[in-house]
Design a protein around this ligand. Structure first.
Ligand SMILES: [Zn+2]
Length: 379
């Protein structure tokens, strides 16, 4: 045993200089740490204010989410930020916007006044985006400083053929990004981003959809577009899905229209989702299923995140990407949801960040107009 140990030590000493030379000559494959941030279901709760109960709150409001976004950005070299929809409807701030936009030539939806300060990379639409009609939606979207994608809403062409169907929105985008790898070298990565919505939206807002637009299955839409995105050079594919983990009641083709079903489609690297106001990863009992890894926040090895509602959480997916055979490949991931408050003592909620001053400033007028609007509507 002793002799063997001695032999191993000598062998190592002899071998090590040569090995070192080889190690220097061999190129290290570059690897990138990419952080993806998600807000979802903000429902125009932009301020740290509860309009229904007429008081300040620490439990929701994008003003605090913005502070968490800024902190999360500081911790990483490469960051992308997306919103997952249900943005322009919900709070009294949004209600007032829907009633006044036609009379305001320079209208910018207050939700965009806030989000535009955070340099979003893109967003997708939620079902509530359609609540006030297509005119309000289109007018509002013009105020966004970042691109919107949705791949499964189509123009209603009154026939059953698929070949002549035309997307109502831009279905996907391929972002040409320059990321810094772990050795400090800049690398070009093409990030494909595609948006999807739960088909129930067409039923819930039938008056705004009927005869104008239609929604197709999420799974078949993905299967159609992912190969196209890959052929256009997308190195990684991020799906923004405004749909819950389980499909909505009353959706045709239920099996094709849940986030769960999306994880079975080839070629996806990350899924950001929303709509059901839940958190993922969390430790809810119903999520303890075989193919869900709650520790890492994956389903069938695909990283997912869902960031609650009204800005109460920020969703984060950290991806490790490595160049394998000249192609970028996601080799590891970790998902988390970060709350804007923490619980202390008996049900007391304590803020973990202060509201972001930039957001408060951007919405000063809209907020005071909303307070006035709420007051007048109560009387
Ligand atoms: Zn929704």
């Amino acid at each position: 045993m002793r002799n063997l140990l001695l032999f191993v030590i000598i062998a190592c000493l002899i071998a090590s200089p040569a090995e070192q030379v080889i190690a220097i000559e061999e190129p290290v494959p570059p690897s990138i740490e990419l952080r993806i941030l998600e807000t979802t279901d903000l429902h125009s709760y932009m301020m740290d204010y509860d309009y229904r109960n007429n008081k300040e709150t620490v439990e929701f409001g994008f003003a605090r989410t913005a502070s968490v976004i800024k902190e999360a950005r500081k911790e990483a070299k490469n960051v992308l930020l997306f919103d997952n929809g249900d943005l322009i409807q919900g709070s009294a701030l949004a209600e007032l916007a829907s009633k006044t936009y036609q009379f305001d030539q320079s209208f910018i939806h207050p939700a965009f006044k806030a989000l535009n300060r955070l340099q979003y990379d893109g967003a997708t639409l939620g079902n509530h985006e359609f609540n006030f009609g297509l005119d309000f939606l289109q007018t509002s979207l013009r105020g966004a400083d970042f691109p919107y994608v949705n791949a499964n809403i189509y123009v209603e062409d009154h026939n059953l053929h698929a070949f002549d169907d035309i997307n109502y929105f831009n279905p996907y985008m391929i972002l040409d990004k320059r990321f810094t790898d772990t050795m400090g070298v800049e690398q070009n990565v093409k990030v494909g981003v595609i948006g999807l919505i739960t088909p129930i939206a067409a039923k819930w807002d039938e008056e705004h959809f009927k005869g104008k637009i239609k929604i197709k299955s999420m799974v078949s839409t993905l299967k159609h577009f992912i190969p196209i995105m890959k052929s256009e050079g997308a190195d990684i594919i991020i799906v923004l899905a405004h749909a819950g983990l389980a499909a909505d009641e009353g959706v045709v083709n239920k099996s094709e229209n849940s986030v769960m079903a999306l994880t079975e489609v080839e070629g996806i690297d990350a899924i950001l989702y929303g709509h059901s106001h839940s958190l993922f990863p969390n430790d809810d009992y119903f999520l303890q299923q075989q193919f869900i890894n709650i520790e890492k926040g994956t389903i069938r090895s695909i990283p997912l995140v869902q960031a609650g509602y009204w800005g109460n959480h920020l969703g984060i997916i950290d991806l490790s990407i490595r160049k394998v055979n000249d192609k970028w490949k996601v080799v590891d991931s970790r998902s988390e949801v970060r709350s804007i408050y923490k619980k202390s003592g008996k049900d007391e909620k304590v803020p973990v960040v202060q509201p972001d001053e930039e957001i408060i400033d951007a919405l000063r007028n809209d907020h005071s107009n909303t307070l006035e609007y709420v007051k007048n509507n109560k009387e």
